[in-house]
Design a protein around this ligand. Structure first.
Ligand SMILES: *[C@@H]1O[C@H](CO)[C@@H](O)[C@H](O)[C@H]1NC(C)=O
Ligand SMILES: *[C@@H]1O[C@H](CO)[C@@H](O)[C@H](O)[C@H]1NC(C)=O
Length: 322
């Protein structure tokens, strides 16, 4: 049915038809005329809002609701329409997906809360994307940042990453998946994402670790030494830092390093409840070695540490506060 004949229908009948449309179809209808736009907007007012995913690698927007996800992708190659994925041909995919969403968000009254950003684009384009996202809202639930060019040797545009960090922060999950930095790279992590994952934590020194306030902290390729991790645990024990910590993962040099790290008053345990807790979020890990528990000085909390081998073979310390 064309938008034109749709608008000829009585209100109740029209609502009936709109009800059967997915959000991408609703937007198509709303693009037909200003009257169509008003009708769809009015219709959407009382409906549940979609949560929105933006990914600049594929120039796509996904609208998620009721367990289903509808995706629109702008592409310089072939267009196609499927049930859940529509690809539209575009000469300028970034600009067109932005324009499309600027229209969609007004009609469906939804906002972007989940972003994946690849910084392997010219700086001007990175900044345009960041500015546009920041205008949508300065806090995202979920943000993932990567540099797909590093495999082929393209350096990270560090200034663009800093620019992004100044403008947008993540409240629930922040995944910094960049793997290569220049040796002298430094950067603060803004805000307090609930779950902070840093794939290459070479820029996080001991003082910066003390400033990280996220309840869940995952540090890969960390440069912190066993002594520093031991100091960190002491600072936690004496209630000086990380009062909100719930879980942490950090790589260590070997299983023997546990002796130095856990050079504190501790208790060994193999409590099945703790084994179960390690198997759950965020560790998802089956404990095979003894666990060690230390107590905070106020007696309110304990932290249990376990040695783990991660899939890539590196040694890790897993911590769980309870
Ligand atoms: C954000 O979107 C990505 C990609 O669709 C998905 O894997 C991830 O689970 C989403 N995160 C949240 C918190 O919705
Ligand atoms: C953690 O991994 C990084 C990178 O592989 C390595 O340089 C560092 O020494 C490791 N940390 C420890 C304590 O061994």
């Amino acid at each position: 049915m064309t938008a034109f004949s749709l608008l000829q229908l009585p209100l109740v009948a029209m609502e009936h038809v709109l009800c059967m449309m997915n959000p991408l179809e609703l937007i198509d209808v709303s693009l037909a005329s200003s009257r169509a736009k008003r009708s769809v907007k009015f219709f959407s007012k009382t409906k549940k809002k979609y949560s929105v995913v933006f990914d600049n690698r594929w120039h796509l927007i996904s609208l998620c609701g009721d367990g289903t996800m509808w995706t629109l992708q702008m592409t310089t190659s072939e267009a196609c329409t499927g049930q859940y994925l529509t690809k539209k041909y575009s000469e300028n995919p970034l600009k067109d997906i932005m324009n499309w969403f600027d229209h969609a968000k007004e009609v469906l009254q939804c906002e972007i809360n989940n972003v994946t950003l690849d910084l392997n684009y010219p700086s001007s384009e990175n900044r345009q994307t960041v500015d546009w996202l920041a205008a949508q809202g300065s806090t995202m639930n979920y943000m993932e940042v990567l540099n797909s060019g590093e495999e082929s040797g393209d350096d990270l545009k560090e200034d663009d990453l800093r620019y992004l960090m100044e403008k947008i922060q993540a409240s629930k999950v922040f995944m910094l998946m960049v793997k290569k930095y220049k040796a002298d790279f430094r950067m603060e992590i803004p805000g307090k994402p609930y779950h902070l994952h840093i794939e290459n934590a070479q820029f996080i020194d001991y003082d910066q670790l003390l400033r990280l306030e996220s309840p869940v902290i995952i540090l890969r390729e960390s440069i912190l030494t066993s002594q520093e991790i031991n100091r960190f645990l002491k600072s936690w024990m004496s209630c000086e830092t990380h009062l909100e910590l719930e879980a942490m993962q950090i790589n260590i040099s070997s299983r023997n390093a546990m002796n130095e790290i856990m050079n504190l008053p501790y208790e060994r345990t193999n409590d099945p409840k703790l084994i179960e807790a390690f198997a759950d979020y965020p560790h998802h890990f089956k404990i095979t070695f003894d666990m060690i528990t230390i107590q905070r000085c106020d007696g309110e909390k304990k932290v249990t540490g376990a040695f783990a081998l991660s899939p890539d073979g590196s040694c890790c310390l897993f911590l769980l506060v309870h």
